[in-house]
Design a binder for this molecule. Structure first.
Ligand code: GLN
Length: 534
């Protein structure tokens, strides 16, 4: 008989941005290394249905699952750490919960009852927490709750967890992540915020089973013991997560403190299979040895680490597998002009032209594409980046001075990037783009086919506009080849200029598919080409 699914809840206290996503991913990784089947999901207490309409300044990158859900960037960590593929069930917001409850109410499903936060909203949260394990068997479902304990909006989630823990007994645990600041003036670590955070959790009926203390410096055992005794937690269930050189060191740090064994014990699993972390250790070793730098420019408009999170991680991982350390330089496309571009790209061995929406910064991306093309600098255009490569080629090689995307200039005659047919009728902005994985045939003799080592791929999309096939012949004749096409619609998904060192644009987002143990081949090859230039 299969063991019952066990539930692990990860909550956060004191401050936000402690890295709950990294901790949840690390726990997933460790349990997976012991042979268990796991999934990780994120429950976010905001009212948007999904983060798809959020500005990256608000919420960082929008990550897209294979089945086309726009989600929180933590799902990217889950996939990169564990290699599992998440779905729309792995990302749930308050907005989605309320929407389904209200839809049920309108249908009359509640048979005349008054609809309330408790039990209707909390029941819907519980139903969704269990949804992944209904379709498929999982040994462990890890649920990360966004926000910080004490937030008004997370209260229904806390109540749902409280109930589940009560109903499930030893089949559910709560892991609480807090922060232990170091006060320079006093020369001391302060555990009071952690004590308060735990008190807050206890006040909603949740006793944490395990505490993880985020800290910038190593904590002595005595500090952990003090927290344990003040918070009613076993001493060996208080672990620390100190700043480390790489986020990928975190699972090992947790492993050394036997976090996974404590979780298993709390869940009533006394004998666990030995973990297999060989490949992970091998990756960390490669990462440690890769000290020679390769400098890559990220040409985009968001000067914010999280805005291009998956691209950044994909580049860093690809560099490790090339024996290098990627140093990423943000090149603000809004400040680029013809005169300063050479200076802005100086010292870089390759550039990524980033995805995006709207006009701001697009002319700079076009100038960067032109500079890379004419100087044979490796360039990787992703989604809007690919569209900018296409526009640049039309303006400067095909001679269409007014070439543009219909997104920026709906009136141009040379709409080399145009709105997709199916997008024309759409008026709602949320969740209506071409989203998720679509198939693509890679043409014989192309570089991309050699890079992937196969003829058919499926990659994730997030866009409304596309390469306008009306101009395809002109491009091909002039040297920009359409080398990847959708088998059903013939949409152009990849362009490349074969005679250049590395000049490839993809309409899809390969960065979503890169994982620690399986870096994406396009990124690996791009970095390889960049290295050959420096
Ligand atoms: N704005 C472009 C489109 O909608 C590109 C989107 C993107 O880069 N993700 O087609």
């Amino acid at each position: 008989m299969r063991a019952k699914t066990k539930y692990i809840f990860v909550t956060g206290g004191v401050v936000s941005s402690l890295g709950k996503g990294i901790i949840s991913s690390s726990i997933g990784k460790l349990l997976q290394a012991r042979g268990y089947k796991i999934t990780i999901q994120k429950f976010d207490p905001y009212i948007n249905i999904d983060p798809g309409t959020l500005n990256p300044y608000e919420h960082g990158e929008c990550y897209v699952t294979q089945d086309g859900m726009e989600t929180d960037l933590d799902l990217g960590h889950y996939e990169r750490f564990t290699g599992i593929r998440t779905t729309r069930n792995n990302s749930v917001t308050t907005g989605r919960i309320y929407r389904s409850v209200i839809d049920k109410e309108r249908r009359g499903d509640y048979l005349g009852k008054t609809i309330q936060v408790v039990p209707h909203i909390t029941d819907e949260i519980k139903r969704r927490i269990k949804a992944n394990a209904e379709g498929e068997h999982y040994d462990f479902v890890i649920t990360e709750i966004g926000g910080t304990i004490g937030d008004i909006e997370s209260a229904p989630f806390m109540e749902a967890i409280r109930q589940m823990r009560w109903e499930m007994g030893r089949d559910a645990v709560n892991i609480h992540l807090t922060y232990v600041p170091y006060l320079n003036a006093a020369g001391e670590f302060k555990t009071k915020p952690t004590q308060h955070s735990v008190k807050e959790l206890q006040s909603v009926g949740i006793q944490p089973d395990i505490l993880i203390l985020r800290t910038e410096h190593h904590l002595e055992r005595s500090v952990l013991n003090k927290v344990a005794s003040f918070c009613n937690v076993d001493a060996d269930c208080v672990v620390q997560s100190e700043d480390l050189p790489s986020i990928y060191d975190v699972p090992i740090n947790m492993y050394k403190q036997e976090l996974d064994l404590s979780i298993l014990r709390k869940l009533g699993v006394d004998i666990a299979p030995a973990p297999d972390l060989d490949q992970w250790y091998r990756f960390l070793q490669l990462q440690k040895e890769a000290d020679k730098e390769v400098h890559i420019g990220l040409v985009g408009k968001y000067d914010l680490q999280d805005a291009y999170k998956s691209i950044r991680e994909s580049l860093l991982l690809a560099a490790v597998y090339n024996g290098r350390k990627a140093t990423l330089h943000f090149v603000n496309s809004e400040t680029i002009d013809e005169k300063n571009i050479a200076e802005q790209l100086k010292g870089l061995s390759g550039i990524v032209i980033c995805p995006g929406f709207g006009e701001r910064g697009t002319e700079g991306k076009i100038i960067a594409a032109s500079c890379a093309r004419t100087h044979n600098l490796p360039a990787f255009g992703i989604c809007l980046g690919m569209q900018m490569m296409v526009i640049e080629f039309a303006r400067n090689v095909l001679g269409f001075a007014d070439a543009h995307s219909a997104e920026m200039n709906p009136k141009t005659k040379h709409n080399v990037v145009d709105i997709m047919e199916e997008q024309k009728q759409i008026t709602n902005m949320g969740g209506t783009m071409r989203l998720g994985a679509y198939e693509c045939d890679l043409h014989e003799g192309s570089r991309v086919r050699a890079i992937y080592g196969k003829a058919h791929i499926a990659e994730r999309h997030r866009h409304r506009y596309e390469f306008n096939s009306r101009f395809k012949d002109k491009y091909e004749t002039a040297g920009m080849k359409c080398v990847g096409t959708n088998p059903d619609t013939d949409l152009v998904e990849i362009v490349e200029i074969p005679e250049l060192r590395w000049y490839i644009g993809t309409q899809f987002h390969p960065e979503y598919a890169s994982t620690v143990l399986h870096p994406h081949p396009l990124f690996v090859d791009f970095i390889k080409a960049a290295i050959s230039c420096d």
